[in-house]
Design a protein around this ligand. Structure first.
Ligand code: UDP
Length: 327
């Protein structure tokens, strides 16, 4: 079996990727420092505890497993935190990634799949965000990820590293079999917070800003199901295996939903009210982030199957009700 090194394999997206990799016949080797990940989410292959900034540990793991490729998910990913603690984002997301890329190249592992983000685009009024849109991030999270994209380009030119970069829009939902799901502490993402509010685990959801230039005044995002997202990663791996070279793909559906629309859909799915109040804008938030690209569909053969808002919320709700969420 072919080993794939999955950094952040104990996290939300990484754990779903491990399940998809195993189903596709690979052995996912999770490398995670467990700062934001959960060891009990590592169910589909071996686990190696380690930090991206620990080069000796990375070298040891590359030597032990000789992975054919790296899937790099491990990152800090909260916009609010990135605004108040940018140093952690640069050190972990950019510095850690540089260390990982150097270790991969030194080990001769030259296929690299990277989790980037639509936050690298920043604010573009009425512009469809495709892969050629200028990257002008509004926060240190987006900036720290954009820098890694530059590192991958430079290492491609200098050392023959081949990379598939995925710029994610808003990832939501959970494994429909509820083996893994979304679980952050603290939780900052909209869908799990809405479900928490429905379940009475918090008093109410605070809507961050109702004065945006959108039809209902709340921010608009493009939500993509985590299972569809990780399917694209397996296709990205196969793209690299077949020698197609480095490429960048947006992963979004092209449909935008406001915070209020997400809440309405959650009420329809759960049959319960979402207790909420309104608050000020959150620093670093863009008004609207919606993908305008179908490159992943046309070039990669990606077929999103579960990315309707209803299915994403229903799958997240199913996971929520398993009680894993309380762990
Ligand atoms: N949001 C909100 N209240 C919350 C959390 C999020 O209104 O408690 C909004 C946030 O301002 C953004 C959208 O929901 O417009 C999605 O936020 P999330 O943190 O899930 O993802 P992001 O867009 O930051 O990657």
């Amino acid at each position: 079996m072919t080993n794939i090194l999955v950094t952040g394999g104990a996290g939300y997206i990484g754990s779903h990727a491990c399940k998809a990799l195993k189903a596709a016949g690979y052995t996912p080797v999770t490398y995670d420092n467990l700062v934001t990940g959960w060891q009990d989410a590592v169910k589909f292959g071996p686990f190696e505890k380690g930090d991206l900034n620990d080069r000796a540990r990375l070298d040891e793991v590359f030597a032990k497993y000789r992975p054919a490729a790296v899937m790099h998910f491990a990152a800090l990913s909260q916009v609010g935190e990135a605004m108040s603690e940018p140093g952690r984002y640069w050190a972990n997301n950019t510095g850690g990634s540089l260390n990982l890329v150097e270790a991969a190249v030194a080990a001769g592992c030259l296929d690299f799949v990277f989790s980037s983000t639509c936050a690298t685009y920043g604010e573009h009024d009425n512009v469809v965000l495709d892969e050629n849109t200028p990257q002008l991030p509004l926060n240190a999270y987006g900036a720290s990820k954009r820098a890694v994209e530059d590192i991958l380009k430079d290492f491609g030119a200098a050392h023959g590293l081949r990379s598939v970069v995925f710029r994610y829009f808003n990832v939501a939902g959970a494994d429909p079999e509820a083996e893994v799901g979304e679980f952050h502490r603290p939780e900052t993402h909209l869908v799990p917070l809405v479900l928490d509010a429905v379940a009475g685990k918090r008093d109410a959801l605070t809507i961050f800003g109702t004065d945006y230039d959108t039809p209902d005044g709340t921010c608009i995002r493009d939500y993509v199901h985590v299972c569809d997202l990780v399917d694209a990663h397996v296709l990205g791996l196969k793209w690299l295996e077949s020698g197609k070279g480095s490429q960048v793909f947006n992963l979004g559906t092209g449909s935008g939903f406001s915070v209020r629309e997400v809440m309405d859909k959650a009420e329809a799915v759960t049959g319960q009210k979402v207790p909420c109040n309104t608050g000020p804008r959150r620093a670093g938030d863009c008004t609207k982030l919606v993908s305008g690209s179908i490159r992943a569909v046309t070039d990669l053969g990606w077929e999103p199957r579960r990315s309707t808002l209803e299915t994403m919320i229903a799958d997240a709700w199913k996971w929520h009700k398993t009680g894993h969420y309380e762990a």
